[in-house]
Design a protein. Structure first.
Length: 386
């Protein structure tokens, strides 16, 4: 079963224009279909000179549209009452982008776009062009125009003097987000994720087996559902604001700094934050000798967040129900507590218990499935106001 926020049973029209990035559309079509979408390609004449229509027919399982006919394909798919759920134009050249913004219809792709915009269908464009073209004031004005029409313009990757098409995974995420029914639109979500690394000496660190996969899935699902997402961790997650940290102290400072800027609507403490920090040794400890390293307890960040900020708190704990269960965290102010075993660290799957408002339930499955269920539970909570 597909999770909420996916493209399951959605029909996507994939508009392809005359950029060399069109060679990536076979992979893009496969990625969309893996999310459960049905995909039909529509191509400009320039695009057919870069990638053959048969390649996209093969990749989508539907005949690629290269010209409009008496079947009025643009209306059938993207008109009032049409069968499409979303129009994605990827890659979108500067030429096509500006034509759409000015209502010019002289290719199958631009005609599909005008029809979709007139019908109120979600439209997503992924620009691809030389960076000097992307910086052109006319192109910038057209991007602002499209954005004012609620068209999703995916930021390009700027490399080698080019505004390259966004990564395929990012395009898929933006498509999920653009579909109607974004329950977290306007919400600010703050997530702490992954391990902390406490220095033992100049070489060694004390850490955990956490990989941050749970935090990543929570962040991606929040983005799909429309939230503004900030993640404090040591990694990089696409489409969200990443705040880099290494130690528990850095994570502590980053969370309070973010909350001082704007208190989040929802805080998810999915990080394996260090409970102890060693007394650091300057230089490198010599090998071949028995050592005793003092460990000093660290403040509990989640306790401080519960006490100081008016936000919904979702806590994560490694352990079993009972002594290490959810009750102590709920008593401190957590709205939901997710408990799983140490075997889930580093794994794509988990066996977890969610406790709190709405009762207790056990979830077995992938971490993406668990993230989707956690967000379903969060959406039933009465979120703080102001």
């Amino acid at each position: 079963m597909m999770e909420p926020g996916s493209l399951f049973k959605k029909r996507i029209i994939l508009g392809v224009t005359g950029s060399i990035a069109a060679v990536e559309t076979v992979r893009l079509a496969h990625a969309l279909r893996r999310e459960g979408a049905s995909v039909t390609a529509v191509m400009s004449e320039a695009a057919t000179r870069i990638i053959h229509p048969d390649a996209l027919t093969y990749a989508t399982g539907n005949d690629a549209i290269t010209a409009l006919s008496g079947h009025v394909e643009h209306v059938t798919f993207c008109g009032e009452g049409g069968c499409a759920d979303l129009l994605l134009i990827a890659p979108c050249t500067a030429n096509t982008l500006c034509k759409i913004a000015r209502g010019i219809d002289d290719t199958p792709v631009t005609t599909f776009a005008s029809t979709a915009l007139g019908a109120g269908l979600p439209v997503v464009v992924a620009p691809a062009m030389h960076e000097s073209m992307y910086r052109h004031p006319g192109v910038s004005e057209c991007i602002r125009c499209l954005s004012s029409w609620k068209v999703t313009v995916i930021p390009p990757r700027r490399e080698e003097g080019k505004a390259k098409i966004a990564d395929i995974d990012e395009i898929v995420l933006w498509c999920c987000r653009a579909l109607p029914g974004s329950p977290l639109a306007g919400k600010h979500v703050l997530i702490t994720s992954g391990p902390c690394r406490e220095p033992v000496d100049d070489i060694r660190v004390l850490t955990t087996r956490s990989t941050g996969r749970m935090g990543r899935e929570l962040a991606l699902q929040a983005f799909r559902l429309g939230a503004e997402v900030t993640v404090v961790h040591a990694g990089v997650i696409p489409c969200v604001r990443n705040i880099p940290i290494e130690t528990a102290g850095e994570m502590h400072d980053a969370v309070h700094r973010i909350c001082a800027e704007r208190i989040p609507d929802i805080y998810l403490s999915a990080a394996a934050i260090s409970d102890y920090a060693p007394e650091p040794y300057r230089g490198k400890l010599r090998s071949g000798q028995t050592l005793s390293i003092p460990l000093h307890p660290l403040p509990k960040l989640i306790d401080e967040v519960c006490r100081r900020y008016n936000t919904s708190v979702i806590a994560f704990k490694v352990g079993e129900e009972g002594e290490e269960g959810a009750a102590p965290l709920i008593a401190k102010g957590a709205d939901l507590v997710v408990i799983n075993g140490p075997e889930s660290m580093g794994s794509d799957t988990t066996d977890a218990i969610i406790s709190g408002a709405g009762g207790r339930e056990q979830i077995r499955g992938t971490k993406r499935e668990l993230a989707a269920r956690i967000w379903e539970r969060i959406r039933t909570l009465p979120l703080p106001q102001g």
